[in-house]
Design a protein around this ligand. Structure first.
Ligand SMILES: Cc1cc2nc3c(=O)[nH]c(=O)nc-3n(C[C@H](O)[C@H](O)[C@H](O)COP(=O)(O)OP(=O)(O)OC[C@H]3O[C@@H](n4cnc5c(N)ncnc54)[C@H](O)[C@@H]3O)c2cc1C
Length: 446
Protein backbone atom coordinates (compact mmCIF):
# COMPACT_ATOMS: atom_id res chain seq x y z
CA UNK A 1 0.00 0.00 0.00
CA UNK A 2 1.21 3.50 -0.81
CA UNK A 3 1.41 6.03 2.02
CA UNK A 4 0.45 9.61 1.24
CA UNK A 5 2.43 11.07 4.11
CA UNK A 6 5.74 10.43 5.81
CA UNK A 7 5.89 7.48 8.17
CA UNK A 8 5.37 8.07 11.87
CA UNK A 9 7.86 6.58 14.29
CA UNK A 10 7.21 5.85 17.97
CA UNK A 11 8.20 3.51 20.79
CA UNK A 12 4.72 2.10 21.36
CA UNK A 13 1.70 2.14 19.03
CA UNK A 14 -1.70 1.46 20.60
CA UNK A 15 -4.59 0.67 18.25
CA UNK A 16 -8.04 1.55 19.64
CA UNK A 17 -8.91 4.25 22.19
CA UNK A 18 -11.56 2.43 24.21
CA UNK A 19 -11.02 1.74 27.93
CA UNK A 20 -8.19 -0.72 27.19
CA UNK A 21 -6.38 1.57 24.75
CA UNK A 22 -6.67 4.49 27.16
CA UNK A 23 -5.10 2.43 29.98
CA UNK A 24 -2.40 1.08 27.67
CA UNK A 25 -1.40 4.41 26.11
CA UNK A 26 -1.33 6.25 29.43
CA UNK A 27 0.71 3.53 31.16
CA UNK A 28 3.26 3.23 28.36
CA UNK A 29 3.66 7.01 28.24
CA UNK A 30 3.99 7.36 32.02
CA UNK A 31 6.68 4.68 31.85
CA UNK A 32 8.73 6.87 29.55
CA UNK A 33 7.71 5.77 26.05
CA UNK A 34 6.81 7.91 23.08
CA UNK A 35 3.28 6.68 22.38
CA UNK A 36 0.89 6.98 19.43
CA UNK A 37 -2.75 6.07 20.13
CA UNK A 38 -4.75 5.46 16.95
CA UNK A 39 -8.55 5.46 17.01
CA UNK A 40 -10.67 4.78 13.90
CA UNK A 41 -13.63 6.93 15.05
CA UNK A 42 -13.96 10.61 15.93
CA UNK A 43 -13.65 10.34 19.68
CA UNK A 44 -12.18 8.19 22.41
CA UNK A 45 -14.16 5.92 24.73
CA UNK A 46 -15.04 2.86 22.64
CA UNK A 47 -18.13 1.08 23.91
CA UNK A 48 -18.91 3.77 26.49
CA UNK A 49 -19.15 6.65 24.03
CA UNK A 50 -20.02 4.96 20.71
CA UNK A 51 -22.01 2.06 22.17
CA UNK A 52 -23.61 4.11 24.99
CA UNK A 53 -22.68 1.46 27.57
CA UNK A 54 -22.79 4.11 30.29
CA UNK A 55 -22.39 1.92 33.36
CA UNK A 56 -18.76 0.77 33.71
CA UNK A 57 -18.46 -2.22 36.01
CA UNK A 58 -15.74 -4.64 37.05
CA UNK A 59 -14.28 -2.46 39.81
CA UNK A 60 -15.65 -4.79 42.47
CA UNK A 61 -18.02 -7.76 42.61
CA UNK A 62 -21.30 -6.72 41.04
CA UNK A 63 -23.56 -7.42 43.99
CA UNK A 64 -21.80 -4.66 45.96
CA UNK A 65 -21.70 -2.26 43.05
CA UNK A 66 -24.87 -0.26 43.61
CA UNK A 67 -24.04 0.27 47.28
CA UNK A 68 -21.91 3.20 48.37
CA UNK A 69 -18.78 1.12 48.84
CA UNK A 70 -15.44 2.72 49.67
CA UNK A 71 -13.39 2.94 46.43
CA UNK A 72 -10.26 2.11 48.45
CA UNK A 73 -11.59 -1.44 48.70
CA UNK A 74 -12.26 -1.94 45.01
CA UNK A 75 -10.37 -4.79 43.36
CA UNK A 76 -9.45 -2.66 40.35
CA UNK A 77 -7.43 0.45 41.18
CA UNK A 78 -4.67 2.19 39.20
CA UNK A 79 -5.62 4.19 36.12
CA UNK A 80 -9.23 2.91 36.20
CA UNK A 81 -9.68 4.28 39.72
CA UNK A 82 -7.88 7.53 38.83
CA UNK A 83 -10.26 8.12 35.91
CA UNK A 84 -13.26 7.35 38.09
CA UNK A 85 -12.13 9.75 40.82
CA UNK A 86 -11.40 12.60 38.41
CA UNK A 87 -14.72 12.11 36.65
CA UNK A 88 -16.54 12.03 39.97
CA UNK A 89 -14.88 15.30 41.03
CA UNK A 90 -15.84 16.85 37.69
CA UNK A 91 -19.49 15.87 38.19
CA UNK A 92 -19.50 13.10 35.57
CA UNK A 93 -20.49 10.14 37.78
CA UNK A 94 -23.89 9.35 39.26
CA UNK A 95 -23.35 5.75 40.29
CA UNK A 96 -23.77 3.51 38.36
CA UNK A 97 -23.87 5.78 35.31
CA UNK A 98 -21.17 7.97 33.71
CA UNK A 99 -21.69 11.05 31.55
CA UNK A 100 -20.28 10.11 28.10
CA UNK A 101 -19.46 13.68 27.07
CA UNK A 102 -17.51 14.44 30.24
CA UNK A 103 -15.87 11.03 30.04
CA UNK A 104 -14.57 11.58 26.51
CA UNK A 105 -13.37 15.07 27.42
CA UNK A 106 -11.56 13.81 30.54
CA UNK A 107 -9.93 10.86 28.76
CA UNK A 108 -8.68 13.20 26.05
CA UNK A 109 -7.45 15.63 28.74
CA UNK A 110 -5.55 12.93 30.61
CA UNK A 111 -3.95 11.63 27.40
CA UNK A 112 -2.89 15.17 26.47
CA UNK A 113 -1.54 15.88 29.98
CA UNK A 114 0.64 12.77 29.73
CA UNK A 115 1.85 13.61 26.23
CA UNK A 116 0.28 10.71 24.31
CA UNK A 117 0.06 11.44 20.58
CA UNK A 118 -3.63 10.82 19.88
CA UNK A 119 -4.74 10.27 16.28
CA UNK A 120 -8.49 10.25 15.68
CA UNK A 121 -10.03 9.18 12.36
CA UNK A 122 -7.13 6.72 12.25
CA UNK A 123 -8.30 3.18 11.48
CA UNK A 124 -5.71 0.41 11.45
CA UNK A 125 -6.09 -1.36 8.12
CA UNK A 126 -3.00 -3.55 8.08
CA UNK A 127 -0.05 -4.80 10.12
CA UNK A 128 3.56 -4.25 9.13
CA UNK A 129 5.71 -7.38 9.71
CA UNK A 130 9.30 -8.41 9.64
CA UNK A 131 9.04 -12.19 9.66
CA UNK A 132 6.99 -13.20 12.70
CA UNK A 133 7.45 -9.81 14.32
CA UNK A 134 4.97 -6.91 14.10
CA UNK A 135 6.87 -3.67 13.61
CA UNK A 136 3.97 -1.32 12.99
CA UNK A 137 0.63 -0.78 11.35
CA UNK A 138 -0.91 0.95 8.37
CA UNK A 139 -3.44 3.59 9.37
CA UNK A 140 -6.11 5.10 7.15
CA UNK A 141 -5.93 8.77 8.19
CA UNK A 142 -8.02 11.66 6.87
CA UNK A 143 -4.88 12.62 4.95
CA UNK A 144 -4.41 9.14 3.45
CA UNK A 145 -2.65 5.90 4.30
CA UNK A 146 0.27 6.18 6.71
CA UNK A 147 2.65 3.62 8.14
CA UNK A 148 3.40 3.89 11.86
CA UNK A 149 6.53 2.06 12.93
CA UNK A 150 6.83 1.10 16.59
CA UNK A 151 9.08 -1.08 18.73
CA UNK A 152 6.01 -2.58 20.40
CA UNK A 153 2.38 -2.54 19.21
CA UNK A 154 -0.68 -3.06 21.39
CA UNK A 155 -3.95 -4.22 19.90
CA UNK A 156 -6.73 -2.62 21.97
CA UNK A 157 -9.22 -2.56 19.09
CA UNK A 158 -11.71 -4.80 20.88
CA UNK A 159 -12.12 -6.73 17.64
CA UNK A 160 -8.47 -7.81 17.30
CA UNK A 161 -8.11 -6.00 13.96
CA UNK A 162 -4.34 -5.64 14.30
CA UNK A 163 -3.58 -9.13 15.56
CA UNK A 164 -5.79 -10.70 12.88
CA UNK A 165 -3.90 -8.81 10.19
CA UNK A 166 -0.60 -9.78 11.81
CA UNK A 167 -1.48 -13.46 11.42
CA UNK A 168 -2.13 -14.33 15.06
CA UNK A 169 -4.36 -17.29 15.82
CA UNK A 170 -7.73 -16.34 17.31
CA UNK A 171 -11.20 -17.63 18.22
CA UNK A 172 -14.58 -16.04 17.55
CA UNK A 173 -17.66 -16.56 19.71
CA UNK A 174 -18.80 -19.89 21.13
CA UNK A 175 -16.32 -22.70 20.77
CA UNK A 176 -19.04 -24.97 19.27
CA UNK A 177 -20.35 -22.73 16.48
CA UNK A 178 -18.29 -19.49 16.46
CA UNK A 179 -21.37 -17.40 17.29
CA UNK A 180 -20.49 -14.36 19.48
CA UNK A 181 -22.72 -12.63 22.00
CA UNK A 182 -25.21 -10.23 20.36
CA UNK A 183 -24.46 -6.64 19.44
CA UNK A 184 -26.62 -3.82 20.82
CA UNK A 185 -27.92 -0.51 19.49
CA UNK A 186 -28.46 1.59 22.62
CA UNK A 187 -30.77 4.60 22.55
CA UNK A 188 -31.95 7.73 24.35
CA UNK A 189 -35.60 8.80 24.25
CA UNK A 190 -36.53 12.34 25.26
CA UNK A 191 -39.30 14.93 25.61
CA UNK A 192 -40.91 12.73 28.26
CA UNK A 193 -43.20 13.75 31.11
CA UNK A 194 -42.28 11.30 33.85
CA UNK A 195 -42.64 11.75 37.60
CA UNK A 196 -40.47 8.65 38.22
CA UNK A 197 -42.96 7.61 40.91
CA UNK A 198 -41.76 10.49 43.07
CA UNK A 199 -38.27 8.95 43.31
CA UNK A 200 -35.41 11.33 43.97
CA UNK A 201 -32.31 9.12 43.95
CA UNK A 202 -30.89 7.62 40.77
CA UNK A 203 -31.20 4.09 42.16
CA UNK A 204 -34.89 4.58 43.00
CA UNK A 205 -35.54 6.06 39.57
CA UNK A 206 -33.87 3.04 37.95
CA UNK A 207 -36.07 0.74 40.01
CA UNK A 208 -39.19 2.68 38.94
CA UNK A 209 -38.13 2.45 35.29
CA UNK A 210 -37.72 -1.29 35.66
CA UNK A 211 -40.99 -1.83 37.55
CA UNK A 212 -43.26 0.60 35.71
CA UNK A 213 -41.89 1.03 32.20
CA UNK A 214 -40.05 -2.20 31.46
CA UNK A 215 -43.03 -4.30 32.49
CA UNK A 216 -45.27 -2.57 29.92
CA UNK A 217 -42.63 -3.03 27.23
CA UNK A 218 -42.40 -6.71 28.11
CA UNK A 219 -46.17 -7.00 27.69
CA UNK A 220 -46.00 -5.24 24.31
CA UNK A 221 -43.30 -7.65 23.21
CA UNK A 222 -45.36 -10.65 24.38
CA UNK A 223 -48.36 -9.43 22.34
CA UNK A 224 -46.17 -9.15 19.24
CA UNK A 225 -46.60 -5.36 19.06
CA UNK A 226 -42.85 -4.83 19.42
CA UNK A 227 -39.84 -6.50 17.82
CA UNK A 228 -38.14 -9.20 19.97
CA UNK A 229 -36.40 -6.55 22.08
CA UNK A 230 -34.49 -7.01 25.32
CA UNK A 231 -36.30 -4.85 27.80
CA UNK A 232 -33.77 -4.81 30.62
CA UNK A 233 -33.73 -1.51 32.42
CA UNK A 234 -34.75 2.01 31.45
CA UNK A 235 -32.33 4.39 33.10
CA UNK A 236 -32.84 8.13 33.61
CA UNK A 237 -30.26 9.96 31.49
CA UNK A 238 -27.40 11.72 33.27
CA UNK A 239 -25.40 14.62 31.84
CA UNK A 240 -23.65 17.75 33.03
CA UNK A 241 -23.87 16.64 36.66
CA UNK A 242 -27.68 16.43 36.46
CA UNK A 243 -30.20 13.64 36.24
CA UNK A 244 -32.15 14.42 33.08
CA UNK A 245 -35.65 13.42 34.16
CA UNK A 246 -37.18 13.97 30.72
CA UNK A 247 -34.98 11.35 29.03
CA UNK A 248 -34.44 7.60 29.36
CA UNK A 249 -31.53 5.59 28.13
CA UNK A 250 -31.86 1.89 27.34
CA UNK A 251 -30.35 -1.04 25.47
CA UNK A 252 -33.34 -2.78 23.90
CA UNK A 253 -32.19 -3.53 20.36
CA UNK A 254 -30.05 -6.63 19.91
CA UNK A 255 -28.48 -8.08 16.79
CA UNK A 256 -27.00 -11.53 16.34
CA UNK A 257 -25.42 -10.60 13.02
CA UNK A 258 -21.70 -11.23 12.54
CA UNK A 259 -19.78 -8.08 13.60
CA UNK A 260 -16.80 -9.14 11.46
CA UNK A 261 -18.76 -9.43 8.20
CA UNK A 262 -19.11 -6.21 6.19
CA UNK A 263 -22.70 -6.82 5.05
CA UNK A 264 -23.86 -8.12 8.42
CA UNK A 265 -22.24 -5.20 10.28
CA UNK A 266 -24.09 -2.80 7.96
CA UNK A 267 -27.41 -4.61 8.42
CA UNK A 268 -27.01 -4.54 12.21
CA UNK A 269 -26.89 -0.72 12.07
CA UNK A 270 -29.75 -0.35 9.57
CA UNK A 271 -32.04 -2.89 11.25
CA UNK A 272 -31.29 -1.43 14.69
CA UNK A 273 -32.31 2.06 13.62
CA UNK A 274 -35.49 0.72 11.97
CA UNK A 275 -36.43 -1.15 15.16
CA UNK A 276 -36.02 2.05 17.17
CA UNK A 277 -38.56 3.85 14.96
CA UNK A 278 -41.08 1.06 15.64
CA UNK A 279 -40.32 1.23 19.35
CA UNK A 280 -40.70 5.02 19.69
CA UNK A 281 -44.01 4.95 17.78
CA UNK A 282 -45.28 2.21 20.13
CA UNK A 283 -44.09 4.12 23.19
CA UNK A 284 -46.08 7.22 22.19
CA UNK A 285 -49.35 5.31 22.30
CA UNK A 286 -48.66 2.81 25.09
CA UNK A 287 -46.48 4.40 27.77
CA UNK A 288 -47.84 7.14 30.04
CA UNK A 289 -45.58 10.19 29.86
CA UNK A 290 -44.25 9.16 26.42
CA UNK A 291 -47.06 10.82 24.39
CA UNK A 292 -44.59 13.25 22.78
CA UNK A 293 -41.54 10.98 22.98
CA UNK A 294 -38.70 11.59 20.53
CA UNK A 295 -35.80 9.33 19.67
CA UNK A 296 -32.91 11.63 20.61
CA UNK A 297 -29.91 9.42 19.95
CA UNK A 298 -28.97 5.92 18.85
CA UNK A 299 -25.57 4.34 19.35
CA UNK A 300 -23.56 2.33 16.87
CA UNK A 301 -24.44 -1.37 16.92
CA UNK A 302 -21.54 -2.38 19.16
CA UNK A 303 -20.17 -5.91 19.53
CA UNK A 304 -19.88 -7.44 22.97
CA UNK A 305 -17.53 -10.01 21.54
CA UNK A 306 -15.77 -10.79 18.28
CA UNK A 307 -12.18 -12.05 17.92
CA UNK A 308 -10.38 -13.34 20.99
CA UNK A 309 -6.63 -13.86 20.80
CA UNK A 310 -5.16 -17.31 21.16
CA UNK A 311 -2.51 -16.41 23.72
CA UNK A 312 0.23 -18.22 25.59
CA UNK A 313 -2.32 -18.45 28.44
CA UNK A 314 -6.13 -18.52 28.26
CA UNK A 315 -8.59 -17.34 30.89
CA UNK A 316 -11.18 -20.06 31.56
CA UNK A 317 -14.55 -20.05 33.32
CA UNK A 318 -13.04 -22.26 36.01
CA UNK A 319 -10.54 -19.45 36.76
CA UNK A 320 -13.43 -17.00 37.17
CA UNK A 321 -15.74 -19.35 39.06
CA UNK A 322 -12.89 -20.61 41.24
CA UNK A 323 -11.59 -17.13 42.08
CA UNK A 324 -8.17 -18.38 41.00
CA UNK A 325 -5.14 -16.33 42.15
CA UNK A 326 -1.90 -16.55 40.15
CA UNK A 327 1.75 -15.56 40.53
CA UNK A 328 1.62 -14.17 36.98
CA UNK A 329 -1.61 -12.18 37.48
CA UNK A 330 -1.46 -8.66 36.03
CA UNK A 331 -5.09 -7.56 36.51
CA UNK A 332 -8.03 -8.50 38.72
CA UNK A 333 -11.42 -9.61 37.39
CA UNK A 334 -14.42 -8.74 39.53
CA UNK A 335 -17.55 -9.20 37.43
CA UNK A 336 -19.69 -12.31 37.28
CA UNK A 337 -19.94 -14.29 34.04
CA UNK A 338 -22.28 -12.07 32.05
CA UNK A 339 -22.76 -13.93 28.79
CA UNK A 340 -25.73 -12.85 26.69
CA UNK A 341 -26.85 -15.84 24.67
CA UNK A 342 -25.29 -16.18 21.24
CA UNK A 343 -28.36 -18.07 20.02
CA UNK A 344 -30.41 -15.68 17.85
CA UNK A 345 -33.63 -14.63 19.59
CA UNK A 346 -32.87 -16.58 22.79
CA UNK A 347 -34.99 -14.93 25.52
CA UNK A 348 -32.31 -15.90 28.06
CA UNK A 349 -30.03 -13.40 26.32
CA UNK A 350 -31.93 -10.54 27.90
CA UNK A 351 -30.52 -10.87 31.36
CA UNK A 352 -27.03 -11.83 30.39
CA UNK A 353 -27.35 -15.14 32.13
CA UNK A 354 -26.86 -17.50 29.25
CA UNK A 355 -24.76 -19.50 31.64
CA UNK A 356 -27.79 -19.90 33.90
CA UNK A 357 -27.69 -23.69 33.70
CA UNK A 358 -24.37 -23.47 35.46
CA UNK A 359 -25.26 -20.36 37.44
CA UNK A 360 -26.00 -22.19 40.65
CA UNK A 361 -22.39 -23.34 40.70
CA UNK A 362 -20.90 -19.91 40.12
CA UNK A 363 -20.57 -17.31 42.85
CA UNK A 364 -21.21 -13.65 42.18
CA UNK A 365 -18.42 -12.80 44.65
CA UNK A 366 -15.92 -12.81 41.85
CA UNK A 367 -12.23 -11.98 42.44
CA UNK A 368 -9.69 -13.66 40.17
CA UNK A 369 -6.35 -12.93 38.51
CA UNK A 370 -5.80 -12.61 34.77
CA UNK A 371 -2.44 -14.04 33.67
CA UNK A 372 0.02 -11.96 31.68
CA UNK A 373 0.03 -14.71 29.02
CA UNK A 374 -3.60 -13.81 28.13
CA UNK A 375 -2.18 -10.65 26.51
CA UNK A 376 0.70 -12.35 24.66
CA UNK A 377 0.14 -13.99 21.24
CA UNK A 378 1.09 -17.68 20.94
CA UNK A 379 3.61 -17.06 18.19
CA UNK A 380 3.85 -13.47 16.87
CA UNK A 381 6.35 -11.07 18.51
CA UNK A 382 6.40 -7.31 18.95
CA UNK A 383 2.72 -7.37 19.93
CA UNK A 384 0.53 -7.29 23.03
CA UNK A 385 -3.24 -7.37 23.30
CA UNK A 386 -5.48 -5.59 25.83
CA UNK A 387 -9.18 -5.43 26.59
CA UNK A 388 -12.04 -7.54 25.35
CA UNK A 389 -10.00 -9.26 22.62
CA UNK A 390 -7.78 -10.96 25.23
CA UNK A 391 -7.19 -14.69 25.26
CA UNK A 392 -10.20 -16.19 27.08
CA UNK A 393 -12.87 -18.78 26.50
CA UNK A 394 -16.28 -17.54 25.31
CA UNK A 395 -17.75 -17.93 28.81
CA UNK A 396 -14.78 -16.46 30.74
CA UNK A 397 -14.77 -13.51 28.35
CA UNK A 398 -18.28 -12.72 29.68
CA UNK A 399 -16.60 -11.56 32.89
CA UNK A 400 -13.28 -10.15 31.64
CA UNK A 401 -14.89 -7.90 28.98
CA UNK A 402 -16.03 -5.24 31.49
CA UNK A 403 -14.73 -1.69 31.29
CA UNK A 404 -12.79 -1.50 34.56
CA UNK A 405 -11.11 -4.81 33.70
CA UNK A 406 -10.31 -3.51 30.21
CA UNK A 407 -8.58 -0.45 31.70
CA UNK A 408 -6.61 -2.65 34.11
CA UNK A 409 -5.57 -4.96 31.26
CA UNK A 410 -4.58 -1.89 29.26
CA UNK A 411 -2.47 -0.55 32.11
CA UNK A 412 -0.71 -3.92 32.36
CA UNK A 413 -0.12 -4.11 28.59
CA UNK A 414 1.19 -0.53 28.41
CA UNK A 415 3.55 -1.11 31.33
CA UNK A 416 4.75 -4.41 29.83
CA UNK A 417 5.29 -2.71 26.47
CA UNK A 418 7.51 -0.11 28.17
CA UNK A 419 9.52 -2.82 29.95
CA UNK A 420 9.95 -4.70 26.66
CA UNK A 421 10.85 -1.60 24.67
CA UNK A 422 13.36 -0.29 27.23
CA UNK A 423 14.84 -3.72 27.95
CA UNK A 424 15.07 -4.59 24.25
CA UNK A 425 13.20 -7.86 24.77
CA UNK A 426 10.08 -9.33 23.24
CA UNK A 427 6.84 -8.94 25.22
CA UNK A 428 6.83 -12.71 25.89
CA UNK A 429 10.21 -12.34 27.66
CA UNK A 430 9.11 -9.57 30.04
CA UNK A 431 9.86 -10.43 33.67
CA UNK A 432 6.33 -10.76 35.09
CA UNK A 433 7.48 -10.29 38.71
CA UNK A 434 9.01 -6.96 37.68
CA UNK A 435 5.86 -6.02 35.77
CA UNK A 436 3.73 -6.75 38.83
CA UNK A 437 6.07 -4.66 41.02
CA UNK A 438 5.87 -1.78 38.56
CA UNK A 439 2.05 -1.99 38.53
CA UNK A 440 1.81 -2.15 42.33
CA UNK A 441 4.17 0.79 42.63
CA UNK A 442 1.64 3.03 40.84
CA UNK A 443 -1.34 1.77 42.79
CA UNK A 444 -2.68 -1.01 40.56
CA UNK A 445 -3.92 -4.03 42.50
CA UNK A 446 -2.31 -7.28 41.32
C1 LIG B 1 -24.23 -3.16 24.50
C2 LIG B 1 -23.11 -3.33 25.46
C3 LIG B 1 -23.34 -3.08 26.79
C4 LIG B 1 -22.30 -3.20 27.70
N1 LIG B 1 -22.54 -2.90 29.01
C5 LIG B 1 -21.50 -2.82 29.86
C6 LIG B 1 -21.68 -2.33 31.17
O1 LIG B 1 -22.80 -2.02 31.56
N2 LIG B 1 -20.60 -2.23 31.97
C7 LIG B 1 -19.34 -2.58 31.53
O2 LIG B 1 -18.37 -2.42 32.28
N3 LIG B 1 -19.15 -3.10 30.32
C8 LIG B 1 -20.19 -3.21 29.46
N4 LIG B 1 -20.01 -3.68 28.20
C9 LIG B 1 -18.68 -4.22 27.83
C10 LIG B 1 -17.59 -3.18 27.74
O3 LIG B 1 -18.12 -1.90 27.49
C11 LIG B 1 -16.55 -3.51 26.66
O4 LIG B 1 -16.26 -4.86 26.66
C12 LIG B 1 -15.29 -2.67 26.93
O5 LIG B 1 -15.55 -1.34 26.58
C13 LIG B 1 -14.11 -3.22 26.21
O6 LIG B 1 -13.10 -2.24 26.14
P1 LIG B 1 -12.06 -2.27 24.95
O7 LIG B 1 -11.25 -1.04 25.07
O8 LIG B 1 -11.39 -3.60 24.95
O9 LIG B 1 -12.95 -2.27 23.62
P2 LIG B 1 -13.94 -1.17 23.03
O10 LIG B 1 -14.67 -0.45 24.11
O11 LIG B 1 -14.76 -1.88 22.02
O12 LIG B 1 -12.98 -0.12 22.33
C14 LIG B 1 -12.24 -0.47 21.18
C15 LIG B 1 -11.82 0.80 20.46
O13 LIG B 1 -10.99 0.46 19.36
C16 LIG B 1 -11.44 1.17 18.20
N5 LIG B 1 -11.08 0.39 17.02
C17 LIG B 1 -11.64 -0.77 16.59
N6 LIG B 1 -11.04 -1.19 15.47
C18 LIG B 1 -10.08 -0.29 15.19
C19 LIG B 1 -9.13 -0.18 14.15
N7 LIG B 1 -9.03 -1.09 13.17
N8 LIG B 1 -8.28 0.90 14.14
C20 LIG B 1 -8.36 1.85 15.13
N9 LIG B 1 -9.27 1.79 16.13
C21 LIG B 1 -10.09 0.73 16.16
C22 LIG B 1 -12.93 1.29 18.40
O14 LIG B 1 -13.50 2.32 17.62
C23 LIG B 1 -13.00 1.57 19.90
O15 LIG B 1 -12.87 2.93 20.19
C24 LIG B 1 -21.02 -3.60 27.25
C25 LIG B 1 -20.79 -3.86 25.91
C26 LIG B 1 -21.83 -3.72 25.01
C27 LIG B 1 -21.56 -3.97 23.56
Amino acid sequence: MKSSRADIRCDVLVVGAGPAGFGAALAARRNGCDVVLAERLARVGGTLTHGLALTPVGYEPFRHWLAATDPAGWLVQGIARELHDRLLRAGGVCKPVWDPEMYAWLVETMLAEAGVRLLLHAGCVDAVHEGDRVVGAVLALRSGLTTVRADICIDASGDGDLFARAGCAFEVGREADARPQPMTTASVFGNLRLDWGGATTYADMMAWGRDELAIRLTEGRAKGELPPIFVGNLFPYFAGGRIVRSQVWCRMVQSWRNPLDADDATLAEVEGRAQLQTIVAWMRTHLPGFEDAALIQSSMAWPRESRRLRGVATLRETDVAGNVRRDDGIARGACFLEVHSATPGDPEAERGYAWSAAKARFSEDVDYDIAYGCLVPERIDGLLVAGRCLSATHIAHGSARMQATAMALGQAAGTAAALAQQGRVEPRAVDVARLRDRLRHVGARV
